[in-house]
Design a protein around this ligand. Structure first.
Ligand code: PNS
Length: 202
């Protein structure tokens, strides 16, 4: 990003940062449509939450985590503790696998949450929800969730990212299904997840 673009970003979406950034950005006006986003009404955009079931984490999730890690200061991968669903892996197992496969990224944290996502985001001081959209079919569900979350907490933005094309057909549900039917999992999940799936199913 060039300096002008960066300044525009800091001045409008964020809060023009610390004194060093303010010096650079000082003369740039806020565009009219963003004037209402006053400093007090915004949350930091540098902390993002990537929520999901992750049952189990796939290479598609990892692709998105890698992209998100580059974009945000802290990316919290948050596993939903959902008493209603019958998962294949326990929350503890899912968190263990996620921690193992994200350990190379110091700015990625794996956590568990229950209840409303917006409450968890407020608790963590996050201003962004990160979600992946693989295909048009994902869009309707994601749109509903994003708009509901916006209704519940107007300061929270949902950011959609596209995983690599290679993973556009990949889902945890399909991985569980083909694992249970004995299909090879190479390239679909990290090796540690493949081992855990085999052990779980045998
Ligand atoms: O991996 P998934 O199952 O698609 O993730 C769905 C998830 C966890 C993002 C969503 O179910 C969620 O945020 N649940 C928390 C409860 C909540 O806040 N519900 C209202 C969201 S509109």
């Amino acid at each position: 990003m060039g300096l002008d673009a960066k300044c525009f970003f800091y001045a409008s979406i964020s809060d023009c940062g610390g004194p060093a950034q303010r010096q650079d950005c000082g003369t740039l006006p806020h565009p009219p449509e963003l004037k209402s986003l006053s400093r007090r009404n915004t949350m930091k955009t540098s902390i993002a939450i990537y929520p999901g079931s992750f049952d189990p984490v796939t290479n598609g999730h990892l692709d998105l985590i890698e992209r998100g890690e580059k974009m945000f200061d802290l990316l919290i991968v948050a596993v939903l503790q959902n008493a209603e669903k019958k998962p294949l892996f326990s929350v503890k197992e899912r968190v263990e696998m996620l921690r193992e496969v994200t350990k190379q990224w110091p700015d990625v944290e794996v956590d568990v949450f229950g209840g409303l996502l917006v409450d968890y985001a407020r608790k963590r001081g996050a201003g962004v929800i990160l979600r992946g959209i693989r295909a048009v079919s994902d869009y309707e569900y994601e749109l509903q969730m994003a708009l509901m979350n916006r209704k519940l907490e107007g300061r929270l933005e949902t950011v959609f990212m596209l995983p690599g094309l290679t993973y556009s057909y990949l889902s945890s549900k399909l991985v569980r299904e083909i694992a249970q039917l004995g299909a090879p999992l190479t390239g679909l999940v990290p090796p540690i997840v493949e081992e855990r799936l085999k052990a779980k199913i045998s």
